[in-house]
Design a protein around this ligand. Sequence first.
Ligand SMILES: *Cc1c(COP(=O)(O)O)cnc(C)c1O
Length: 227
Amino acid sequence: MELLLRDTFLEVNLDNIIYNMKNIKEMVGEEVAIAAVVKANGYGHGAVGVAQELMENGADYLAVATLTEALDLRRHFSDYKIFIMGFTPDKYLEHVVKNDIIQTIFSYRQAEILNDYGNRYNKIPVVHIKYDTGFNRLGFRDSKESIDEIEKISKLPNLNVEGIFSHLALTNKEEDEKQYRKLVKVIESLEERGIKFKYKHIEDSISAVDYPEFRMNMISLGQLYMV
Ligand SMILES: *Cc1c(COP(=O)(O)O)cnc(C)c1O
């Protein structure tokens, strides 16, 4: 087999990205927060290079998959809200707290660890709860025990449980709607217990366009602003 090694280059048109972001913001309106997903180095476009344009033109959060990506952004941007959508191992959660990163969690244990670091560093760590509504990747399993655990998390004194979210598998509309309804039901049962979330979200780029009715009040967009 022939080995193909050749120079390639990618031209990132920042004007397009700005235009897209502004359009998306206009489409969803002021009530819906936007997390600009810049994982995998901004889908290969260079996360740091596009982050500022995204944040200045409609995005409220920068979202990444890992702590490494989050810390890289934090070094460049001291004030932006940076949200890790993936899992961070226990032993690294201290860095999450010290660097004011918003972390996804789906266990009481991690909530407790973050709460304790919050105490130590005199901070209130911000977290989003991930609930698995059928994608079967990350998240609390759908069960009564999970609801109880989330309730326990919400009572930790040194933690801000800002959001709850899930991720659509995007298999077909029927399945997507089932996932959406499951998340709504979970949120309702938590609200019945007096637990309120500032942000509720389930949509990525494709679903944000296809299903305006599942938008809730936050969306996480990657590929959409890049096109
Ligand atoms: C990657 C990712 C997104 C963004 O996906 P796009 O299809 O690029 O919009 C949204 N949410 C989660 C949890 C992701 O991992």
